[in-house]
Design a binder for this molecule. Sequence first.
Ligand SMILES: O=P(O)(O)OC[C@H]1O[C@H](O[C@H]2O[C@H](CO)[C@@H](O)[C@H](O)[C@H]2O)[C@H](O)[C@@H](O)[C@@H]1O
Ligand SMILES: O=c1ccn([C@@H]2O[C@H](COP(=O)(O)OP(=O)(O)O)[C@@H](O)[C@H]2O)c(=O)[nH]1
Length: 752
Amino acid sequence: MSPEASKEGNDLVVVANRLPVDFTTDDDGSISWRRSPGGLVTALEPVMQSADGAWVGWGGAADVYADPFEADGMTLVPVTLNEDEIEQYYEGFSNDTLWPLYHDVISQPAFHRQWWDAYRRVNRRFAEAAAAQAGTGGTVWVQDYQLQLVPAMLRELRPDLRIGFFDHIPFPPYEIFSQLPWRRQVVEGLLGADLIGFQRNGDAANFLRTVRRVTRHSTRGQVIMFEDDEGRPVREVRASAFPISIDSRRFDSLARQDSTRERAAQIRTEIGDPDIVMLGVDRLDYTKGIRHRIKAYGELLDDGRLTVEEATLVQVASPSRENVDAYQELRDQVETAVGRINGEFGELGHAAIHYLHHSYPPEEMAALYLAADVMLVTSLRDGMNLVAKEYVAARSDEHGALVLSEFTGAADELNGALLVNPHDIDELKSVIEQAARMDPKEQRRRMRRLRRKVMADDVAKWSSSFLRTLEEMPVAPVAPELQDDDSQAPGVELVEALDRLAATDGLVMVATDFDGVLAPLVDDPSSSRTTPRSARALARLARRPSSQVRLALVSGRDLDTLASLSHAPSGTLLVGSHGAERGEVGADGVVRHELELTEGQASLLQRITEGLEEIAGRHTGVWVEKKPTASVLHTRRSTHDGATQATEAARGLAERLGVGALEGKDVVELQVVETSKGKAIDALRNELGAKRVLYVGDDVTDEHAFAVLTSDDVSVKVGGGETIARYRVSSTKSVGLLLEHLARAMERHKRS
Ligand SMILES: O=P(O)(O)OC[C@H]1O[C@H](O[C@H]2O[C@H](CO)[C@@H](O)[C@H](O)[C@H]2O)[C@H](O)[C@@H](O)[C@@H]1O
Ligand SMILES: O=c1ccn([C@@H]2O[C@H](COP(=O)(O)OP(=O)(O)O)[C@@H](O)[C@H]2O)c(=O)[nH]1
């Protein structure tokens, strides 16, 4: 699908390998879906349930062609993968090349060129799907290692977008990453984003170092600098840590419910009422250190430091990536170890390990957490590990101890856990024993500290902090360029005027002309488009509260053309045909404020149109545009003499018919309803109750708008020519910079 497919589109699009649901084909051939596994889904689900946006992802099965659909308050947009792509892109390159490489090479990564080809192909498909969903100037947030090429591909397709990327897994040290035969392409793919988020500071540092090694970009702190051939900065990319979290309140309240407490008590009874319940919850993945945990526990039983009467281990090992060899081998090893330990130490009514190769819903997870005295998280490497945070959120009773591997992202944050190096089996045994025997007072002291962190830093905070940082990323340095570009204008003074405007205590109306202001002037007027920078800045302004700023587009174009070419954000007021047409961009398209012509006006309009068409017929390169209340003679493509003669003839026609002729650059407009941009600005200001107005225009018709502004307002002329505007900038590029500066200044002066 081409990006043009979505004229309206979403302000926020999340792109992840997985949708929060997996499709399954039932026996009767019908398709149904169930929740998909893993922490990425756990984290993003509440974010997208409360956001207005779309989630683009794969449905977990081959060859599912489904239209976008609504589920649990989210708009889900399925991307189709065939069986070969699942094998080569998902199981192969993502989970048998990148996953082991990024997790300290715990398992040997496989490098296959065919897998890389599939990875590129599928990344392009995701990029195209995201491009088709995102509205002009919108934000696309790409997730995780499966989609590292999407940011650059998307930037190429849609330079107007703000692009974020979040890496849920560790980013390895350069010495390991550099094994990847396609290391440069992967880094360049990621650098298509404006902001790249990592779980830990160490991951961001590894990435920045890698950028310095494989590209020519320099870094300044956490910022990667892009420069043009003359060494001038043209773009910045930030790489920082944004530790992910969970919907803490949801787990807290789930665990407080009577039904959950009852279920927790029932679980304890069902496993033989031991004194100490230890719990492990992981996808069956070799990164999770399940074997190390079982080995340490088995040795504690063997040493007699724990007995099956007093302690039992419940191990949930949910199925994961079952077609990948390393995962099949792990399953064999874990199940052999569990069988051996149960055979050796288990007794009737007292199993040593309750091994559950299933996936449970959050309600059951909360009951398991409540039933557990000791939570074991012993990953050999883990991006974050949300299970650790969920355990803490569930323990409002301040009971329980968390054993946490120092190789998880969570270890950087969870002060109060018992940290452990899972490779050191003796240490692991001691820490498990310490947790099992921890007195209630110490449990409470530690749990309080843990809960303060987990309850305060939840997933809503994570996403808003990432998206706010993304929004605040400069697209390019602003004020210096304004000064460079605009020799006729005091750039600094204009910047100061914009800052004063942003600090207004009351509503500001930001009104602009379209052609020559938001969009460069082109020979074919139907190909005009808002520049990406202006589109992005307008989208930012549109997200401000409507009590702070309202946007208006004031153009000589007819309303429908103006709406479709400008792609203005929802809520923008539209003034077409110099004020003869009014409307507003709504969520589902333009809402028109209808204007009816009298019979006399309608017949006058017909005579105007016929007269202008007769003039156009006499001159090559002259044509007539029809509007609801006027007709316009265009002379841009004619010779100089032809244009002069045609314009003169149009003036004569206006005089004969007794109508006004509004002249602009290479246009003469003959109107049956007397309007002007000045009248339109006055009307809008009154309707909105705007305290101050910014008006940016380039044409002589914009002088009418400048004329109605007061000394508190800000008037900006684009380009040369006489003007009564107070400030001047040189080009549509400067307009983008100006709007961007205003958006940033308004964000600083937040108002609810
Ligand atoms: O989609 P799968 O192949 O079934 O795998 C499930 C998810 O596993 C990984 O989760 C990671 O994200 C968590 C949240 O940020 C984090 O806590 C954990 O440490 C990571 O391993 C993977 O990154 C996801 O893409 C998968 O969906
Ligand atoms: O049977 C299960 C096992 C796990 N999970 C959830 O899966 C996520 C695992 O996330 P984590 O970050 O710990 O690891 P990942 O699997 O993403 O590597 C957590 O939200 C768990 O509650 C679940 O809902 N049911």
